[in-house]
Design a protein around this ligand. Structure first.
Ligand code: ADP
Length: 256
C-alpha cells in the first residue's frame, strides 16, 4: 500500500495503535441549532465526546434526538452553530471548502438508510464512482473496486444493476462504495433501517468485520438497541440533542 492509498493513520488502528489510545473524533461543546422562522430547534446541544481510534461506536436514541445531525457534523456535511469537532487531528471548522471536500472524500466513508445507488449503472461502476471523482487512474481503480467488492462478498454481482439485487446486497454495494477510497472513519446512518432483521444482522456483521479487519473507526446511528447490543461495545445514548448515557461494556458476541 503506498502513502496515498493507505488509510489515514490518525483514525485507523494498526497493530501499534490497536486499543485506540488516540482519539479519532473529539467533539467539544458542539451545538447545532436550526432556525425555522421565529423558532430555534436545538437539534444538538452541548455535546462533548471522544471516539477512540479503531473503536466501533453506536449512537442510539429515539427519533428526533439529534443522532443524524451529530453524524452529519462529524462527516463534514454540516457545520456546528458552536463548539468544535476534530477528526484525525484536524479541526473541521478550520478547513477550507476544498479541504473539507477532500476530508469527505478521503478520511470519511458514509452509508445511509437508503442505498443511494445509481440505478442505470452496474455495481462495478457504482463502486468506482468515488475513485473517478478522486482522479485515480484506471488500473488502480479496477484493483480497488475488486478489493472493495471482495470485502463485501459481492464479486459475483459486479455486472448486475442495483434493481437486480436484494436490499441487503444493495447496502453491501453502498458499503463497498464507502470503502473504496480506504477511509479511516466509516459513518453509517441507520444502515439497517430498510432491511429485514436477518439481513440487518448480516450488514452489522459485515460492518463489525470491517472494523476489526481493517482497523477502521466506525460510528453508526441506530434506534435498534438489541441489534447494537449484539455487535457494538460502545453505546452513546442521545435524547433531546444531548448525550444522556455512554456505555462501554462488553459485547454479547464476545461473551460467547
Ligand atoms: P434523529 O437522527 O435522532 O432522528 P435528527 O438529528 O434527524 O434526529 O433531528 C433532530 C432534531 O432536529 C429534530 O427535531 C428534527 O426535526 C430537527 N431537524 C433535523 N434536521 C433539520 C433541518 N434541516 N431543519 C430543521 N430542523 C431539523
Amino acid at each position: 500500500m503506498d502513502a496515498n492509498t493507505a488509510p489515514n493513520p490518525d483514525c485507523s488502528s494498526t497493530a501499534d495503535t490497536a486499543g485506540g489510545a488516540q482519539p479519532c473524533i473529539r467533539a467539544r461543546d458542539v451545538s447545532r441549532h436550526y432556525t425555522m422562522g421565529p423558532a430555534v430547534i436545538p437539534a444538538v446541544e452541548q455535546v462533548s465526546l471522544e471516539v477512540a481510534t479503531g473503536e466501533f461506536a453506536a449512537l442510539l436514541g429515539p427519533s428526533g434526538s439529534g443522532k443524524s445531525t451529530l453524524l452529519h457534523l462529524i462527516a463534514g456535511l454540516d457545520r456546528p452553530t458552536s463548539g468544535s469537532i476534530e477528526v484525525a487531528g484536524q479541526e473541521l471548522a478550520r478547513l477550507s471548502s476544498e479541504e473539507l471536500a477532500r476530508y469527505r472524500r478521503h478520511t470519511v466513508g458514509m452509508v445511509f438508510q437508503t442505498f443511494n445507488l445509481i440505478a442505470t449503472l452496474p455495481v462495478f461502476d457504482n463502486v468506482e464512482l468515488p475513485l473517478r471523482l478522486s482522479e485515480v487512474d484506471r488500473a488502480e481503480r479496477r484493483a480497488r473496486v475488486d478489493e472493495a467488492l471482495g470485502r463485501v462478498h459481492l464479486t459475483a454481482r459486479r455486472n448486475h444493476r442495483p434493481s437486480e439485487l436484494s436490499g441487503g446486497e444493495q447496502q453491501r454495494v453502498a458499503l463497498a462504495r464507502a470503502l473504496v477510497n480506504r477511509p479511516a472513519l466509516l459513518l453509517a446512518d441507520e444502515p439497517t433501517g430498510n432491511l429485514d432483521s436477518r439481513t440487518g444482522e448480516e450488514i452489522m456483521e459485515l460492518i463489525a468485520e470491517l472494523n476489526q479487519k481493517l482497523g477502521m473507526t466506525v460510528v453508526l446511528v441506530t434506534h435498534e438497541r438489541p441489534l447494537a447490543e449484539r455487535f457494538v461495545r460502545r453505546m452513546i445514548f442521545m435524547a433531546d440533542g444531548r448525550v444522556v448515557g455512554d456505555h462501554n461494556g462488553s459485547r454479547a458476541q464476545e461473551a460467547r
